[in-house]
Design a binder for this molecule. Structure first.
Ligand code: PLP
Length: 394
């Protein structure tokens, strides 16, 4: 019931009383390593910065990139920051033929206090290691990963936008670079990081999106690579997203591939349903990306005393709840938009309107709390943020 939903002040209080588990996460927070020798070549031709208003998402790239290569003989070698440029890649490279490509998506936030913070880099590294293992790739260890992000942000510090809601999006990427045409795992890899200033998804006010329930195409099957951030998953999703956009929807709601009965996730977000007093999200069963923001939502909801229930949720259950008037809120969670409330679901010819198409209370509160932590407006009781040392090496 609405009366049981905590106010932002109560949430802040509850966050202060974090659990032993969260405390452990905070205490094991990564620190920046100073061990790595990273060569730095700065650009002689800095680009002009785009205006804050025109960022959009992923349209512009900063002046520099981080790159390092792996070979069986040398291991990971020659880590460097260099001017943003094209890759030198053999046309026979594994990535171009057999799709050995994985990536991560994360942000550096310029806080209201002027500090720049990464958000949960250890979670992104853990997921990238899992993606690399599944695709038989070699991944850099955490020290190199975090250093690649820190050094790139330090070098392109003026590319971290200042306007509220904006951020510098970081895209760590790993590709198989060995040239051969037999189907087997590559033995040479390139790991690189590029950066793109991105706008706030919403202006000052969070807005709802319309989502199409996808019944024709599938994103991932059991035993496949749905839980990885592999480029191939996104290639497979494009046709459904394109058709949904033509129908006027922002993204698609994926159902399980075998029966098209259970909900899985939304486009590039995990999904939550508030039915009556419960908030439910599908469990991580191998076909869903284990979102970092999803985990934040679960921890935030636990801290406020209304734990998220992770269980399979059928589409028929969602529709029945809507008919009964119990479907109170639906929202997606992801790095790009943080929390994205769903105003309507396209179900064939029908449109299921949720909460009168308006932003729900839990969505609004989660959005605010997450943003407040990311921009350093409230104490980070979970130990999720990692401050980037400024004024250090360039
Ligand atoms: C398919 C998919 N699901 C879920 C998410 C949300 O993950 P995160 O919260 O780590 O951004 C993303 C975005 O990265 C995604 O691409």
């Amino acid at each position: 019931m609405d009366s049981e939903i905590a106010t932002p002040e109560q949430i802040a209080e509850q966050l202060a009383e974090h659990t032993a588990e969260d405390k452990m996460a905070k205490d094991s927070k990564p620190t920046k390593s100073n061990k790595l020798e990273i060569a730095v070549e700065t650009t002689k031709h800095p680009k002009s910065l785009p205006a804050n208003e025109s960022y959009g998402f992923g349209k512009f790239f900063s002046d520099h990139m981080f790159i390092t290569e792996y070979s069986e003989v040398l291991g990971w070698h020659a880590p460097r920051i260099q001017p943003y440029q094209s890759l030198r890649l053999d046309p026979g490279a594994a990535v171009l033929h057999y799709g050995q490509a994985i990536f991560e998506g994360m942000k550096a936030f310029r806080g209201d206090d002027g500090k720049i913070r990464l958000f949960r880099p250890e979670a992104n590294h853990r997921r990238m290691v899992a993606s690399a293992d599944r695709l038989c790739m070699k991944m850099v260890d955490f020290d190199i990963f975090v250093e690649s992000l820190v050094r790139l942000v330090q070098t392109d510090i003026n590319w971290v936008p200042t306007k509220p809601g904006t951020a510098l999006y970081l895209r760590p990427t790993l590709i198989g670079s060995e040239a051969f045409l037999g189907v087997r795992p590559a033995e040479a890899f390139i790991y690189y990081v590029i950066a793109s200033p991105v706008g706030g998804y919403y202006g000052d006010n969070i807005e709802t999106v319309k989502i199409w329930i996808e019944r024709k195409y599938s994103r991932a099957a059991p035993g496949g690579i749905g839980m990885t951030k592999a480029g191939g998953n996104y290639a497979a999703s494009l046709i459904a997203a394109t058709e949904a956009k033509k129908r006027g929807f922002a993204q698609v709601l994926w159902l399980d591939s075998s029966e098209k009965r259970f909900v899985e996730e939304v486009g590039t977000m995990n999904v939550f349903f508030r039915i009556g007093d419960e908030v439910i999200t599908p469990p991580l069963g191998g076909t869903i990306l284990p979102g970092v923001t999803r985990d934040c939502v679960i921890q935030l909801m636990k801290a406020r005393g209304t734990p998220v229930i992770e269980r399979p949720i059928g589409l028929d259950e969602v529709i029945d709840a809507h008919i009964r008037g119990d479907l109170k809120e639906v929202f997606g969670s992801g790095t790009a938009a943080s929390i994205s409330p769903v105003g309507a679901l396209g179900h064939g010819d029908e449109l299921i309107t949720i909460n009168g198409g308006k932003v729900g209370q839990i969505s609004a509160e989660l959005y605010k709390t997450l943003n407040d932590i990311q921009y350093g407006r409230i104490p980070d009781e979970f130990g999720w943020t990692m401050e980037i040392p400024l004024g250090a090496q360039k």
